[in-house]
Design a protein around this ligand. Structure first.
Ligand SMILES: NC(=O)c1ccc[n+]([C@@H]2O[C@H](COP(=O)([O-])OP(=O)(O)OC[C@H]3O[C@@H](n4cnc5c(N)ncnc54)[C@H](OP(=O)(O)O)[C@@H]3O)[C@@H](O)[C@H]2O)c1
Length: 273
């Protein structure tokens, strides 16, 4: 997907969760790259950015997803790029979340992306072109104690989109994954907490929370991730995975080349486990 020539109509992008953080930075970077950008919100953004057409969309709601995609098509008659960005975190011992809480998290992070994807694929297949960029995480390829459910939503996202990519490339559509490490956004403030805390996990959970607070201070800027999303959207020969930022790149390399026992030992050491 190369840049649009001056005479061609702009390519059309839909970014979920564009009210803040990585989604907002991505929507702005796509405007800069020449896309017509529709960005979704649940809570109306405090400051709306110029160049973005805002739409309400709750990715956990089928009707809301269908209405948002219909509106993009009503206005622009095509859709070249979907960025599945909407997502939330959860810091808790794995045993400390009820199944209801686990389902609610998956409903946003995994099923939200699947709902959006199913809504846009018919039009992308008709166009015989389209790209779906998914905000996974480096936690989609490594274990994450005290974020087991969050990590499992991202592992599931990796499995789903890696498989989907093989099916839809026959229609000119590609699905790719972007894997940031820690990124400075409101993410940490928005994380869900255990809905049935257990005393046995209290001190280790607190250390994990403290670790998250610490690493967030030196984390990558949302713009770093946004630039990688734009690259993933435009890459003429898309890779399946794009790490975003130096930490994600380093962790991904270590995961591949360091023996699992050494990798896991260092992970536990970091979290004081
Ligand atoms: N920040 C990190 O360290 C990091 C690292 C790796 C991956 N990621 C991934 O990057 C993505 C963006 O995270 P962020 O850091 O930008 O977090 P953020 O600042 O908390 O933004 C999250 C966005 O998701 C939207 N959202 C949440 N629930 C939604 C729902 N049910 N329907 C529609 N939109 C919903 C929010 O919209 P409203 O505010 O309008 O509700 C918001 O725009 C997530 O998928 C996250 O897992 C983040």
């Amino acid at each position: 997907m190369s840049r649009t020539s001056p005479s061609a109509p702009p390519r059309v992008a839909l970014v979920t969760g564009a009210s803040a953080g990585i989604g907002q930075a991505t929507a702005l970077a796509l405007v800069k790259a020449g896309y017509r950008v529709f960005g979704t919100y649940r809570k109306s953004p405090q400051r709306k950015s110029l160049g973005i057409d805002y739409l309400y969309c709750d990715v956990t709601d089928d009707a809301s997803v269908a209405a948002a995609v219909d509106e993009v098509l009503r206005v622009s008659h095509r859709l070249d790029l979907l960025v599945n960005n909407a997502g939330i975190g959860l810091v808790a011992g794995a045993e400390e979340s009820s199944v209801e809480q686990a389902k609610a998290l998956f409903d946003v992070n995994l099923f939200g992306a699947i709902r959006m994807t199913q809504a846009v694929l018919p039009v992308m297949r008709r166009q015989k072109a389209g790209r779906i960029v998914n905000l996974s995480s480096i936690l989609g390829v490594i274990p994450s104690p005290y974020s087991a459910l969050y990590a499992s939503t991202k592992h599931a996202m990796e499995g789903y989109f890696e498989s989907l990519d093989h099916e839809v490339r026959a229609f000119g559509v590609r699905a790719v994954l972007v894997e940031p490490a820690y990124t400075r956004t409101a993410f940490e403030g928005n994380v869900l907490h255990a809905d049935r805390k257990l005393d046995d996990y209290q001190s280790a959970r607190s250390r994990a929370e403290e670790h998250l607070r610490k690493v967030m201070q030196d984390a990558d800027a949302a713009e770093t991730v946004a630039d990688v999303v734009v690259r993933a959207a435009q890459d003429p020969n898309p890779q399946l995975r794009y790490t975003a930022g130096s930490v994600a790149k380093r962790v991904s390399m270590l995961r591949r080349f360091v023996p699992a026992s050494a990798f896991d030992k260092s992970l536990r050491k970091q979290l004081g486990l």
